[in-house]
Unconditional design. Structure first.
Length: 387
C-alpha cells in the first residue's frame, strides 16, 4: 500500500484524500477579491491551502509553541490591525489548535470589519468548510440585480476556471449575462446576488436566490435552461438547445466509432458526489459503459444508490478498485497510482504529473464534450499500449 500523502490534511481531518474544512473555507473566501483571509494557526495549517490556492490575499498568524500555551490573541490582533487598511473586509479562520484551546475571538476586534469562521480541520472535509464560509458571508439577494447567478466555483477544483467561463458563455448564448459568481467575484457582489442561479457543482450551491439547476451534463443543461426560461422572460433557450443537439450528435458519432473497434469499458469513477454522478450518467448514456464503482469524497447523500461508496482514504479506494477491476478510472492521481493497469482520466484533485494551462471545464456543453473526448482518447491509447 502506498504511503499517505504528506501534504494533505493531518490526523483527525476528513481523510488523507480530502482537503480539510479549513482549506475548503479558504478556497471559498479567496475566490472573492476585496477580502483578506487569515489562517489563525501554525505554519503547517497555512501550507496546504497556500500551496493549492496561490492567493496573495491569504495570510497566517504562524503560531509558536509558546503562543499555543499562553494564548495567541495578541499576535492575531496585530495582524488584523496591519491588514485592515488594505481590505474592506477581513476573515479569520480558526484552525484546530485555537479551537481546542477555546479562544474566544468574538470580542477581540472591536469595530474592525472582521468575520470569524470556525473551520478547524476536524470538523469535516473541504466541501463542509466551503459551505461554512459561504454561510458566514451571508449572501443577500438584490431584486434589482441583473443577470443570472453562478455558484459551485471552488479554486481547489482543477476545472474551476473552465466552469466559470463555460457558465458565462452559456448564459450569454441564452441572451443574459452573469450575476454574482460564488466564489469568483468581488466581495461586494455577495450582497447583490441574483434572484435566479445555475450551479457548476451542486455540492457547493450558494444559499442565495432560486436555483434553477445544475450545468453538469447535457441533460442537466437542457433542463436547467428550460427552468430559467420559465422564470425569466429574458432567457432564450433556442441557441442552447441547438448547441446541445449538435454536441450530442458529435458525441454519438465518436462513441459509435469507438464501439466498432472496442467493447464498452468498465469504469470506476471517483470525486465529489455531483461530479461522479454526472460522469456516470454521461458514460452510461453515450458509451454504454458499465460503471462498476462510484467512490465519493465524503459521506454519500441519502439519495445515493447502493453502488455509491465513501472514498476518503487510500484503503477505501484500494478496496473499491480491487473489487471492481475496471478498464478505465476517472479520479485523482491517487486512483491512478493505485490502479496502474487501467486507462486513466484526471477528474478529481489532485491531478499530478500533467501540465494544465488551459481553462478546461467539467460543466456545461464544453465540459461534456471534454470529458467524452478525454475518456475516448485515454481508452484508445490504453488499448494500443496493451496489444
Amino acid at each position: 500500500m502506498p504511503e499517505e500523502p504528506k501534504s494533505g490534511p493531518g490526523p483527525g481531518c476528513a481523510g488523507p484524500l480530502v482537503p480539510c474544512a479549513m482549506t475548503g473555507a479558504a478556497a471559498c473566501l479567496c475566490g472573492f477579491s476585496g477580502i483578506g483571509v487569515i489562517v489563525h494557526g501554525a505554519s503547517g495549517c497555512f501550507y496546504h491551502p497556500a500551496s493549492l490556492l496561490h492567493s496573495k490575499d491569504l495570510f497566517c498568524t504562524y503560531l509558536t509553541e509558546e503562543e499555543v500555551v499562553f494564548g495567541a490573541e495578541e499576535r492575531l490582533l496585530s495582524l488584523v490591525q496591519e491588514l485592515a487598511p488594505r481590505y474592506p473586509r477581513l476573515a479569520v479562520m480558526n484552525t484546530c489548535v485555537p479551537a481546542i484551546m477555546g479562544e474566544d475571538l468574538s470580542s477581540l476586534f472591536g469595530d474592525l470589519p472582521v468575520m470569524v469562521i470556525d473551520c478547524p480541520g476536524f470538523t469535516g472535509g473541504a466541501d463542509a468548510g466551503y459551505l461554512t464560509a459561504l454561510a458566514a458571508l451571508a449572501p443577500q439577494v438584490d431584486p434589482e440585480a441583473d443577470g443570472i447567478g453562478i455558484d459551485g466555483i471552488s479554486r481547489i477544483d482543477p476545472f474551476w476556471r473552465g466552469n466559470r467561463d463555460e457558465a458565462i458563455r452559456l448564459l450569454r448564448l441564452a441572451g443574459v449575462g452573469p450575476g454574482t459568481i460564488f466564489a469568483a467575484d468581488t466581495i461586494s457582489a455577495v450582497d447583490q446576488a441574483s434572484r435566479y442561479s445555475v450551479s457548476t457543482n451542486p455540492d457547493l450551491a450558494a444559499p442565495a436566490g432560486d436555483s434553477c439547476g445544475s450545468l453538469l451534463g447535457l441533460n442537466q443543461v437542457r433542463t436547467t435552461f428550460a427552468r430559467l426560461a420559465d422564470r425569466d422572460p429574458g432567457v432564450d433557450c433556442e441557441a442552447i438547445v441547438n448547441e446541445i443537439t449538435d454536441a450530442e450528435e458529435r458525441i454519438v458519432r465518436a462513441c459509435d466509432k469507438y464501439l466498432v473497434r472496442f467493447d464498452p469499458p468498465t469504469v470506476a469513477v471517483f470525486g465529489g458526489y455531483a461530479y461522479a454522478m454526472a460522469a456516470t450518467d454521461l458514460l452510461k448514456q453515450y458509451l454504454g459503459a458499465e460503471v462498476v464503482a462510484i467512490g465519493v469524497r465524503g459521506t454519500p447523500p441519502p439519495e445515493a444508490g447502493p453502488g455509491v461508496s465513501e472514498a476518503t482514504g487510500l484503503d477505501q479506494v484500494a478496496r473499491l478498485l480491487e473489487r471492481a477491476g475496471p478498464d478505465l478510472v476517472l479520479g485523482s492521481s491517487f486512483e491512478e497510482r493505485l490502479c496502474p493497469g487501467a486507462a486513466f482520466v484526471g477528474y478529481a484533485p489532485p491531478i499530478r504529473g500533467q501540465v494544465r494551462l488551459s481553462a478546461r471545464p467539467s460543466a456545461g456543453v464544453e465540459g461534456a464534450l471534454a470529458l467524452i473526448e478525454a475518456v475516448l482518447n485515454a481508452s484508445i491509447d490504453h488499448a494500443r499500449a496493451h496489444r
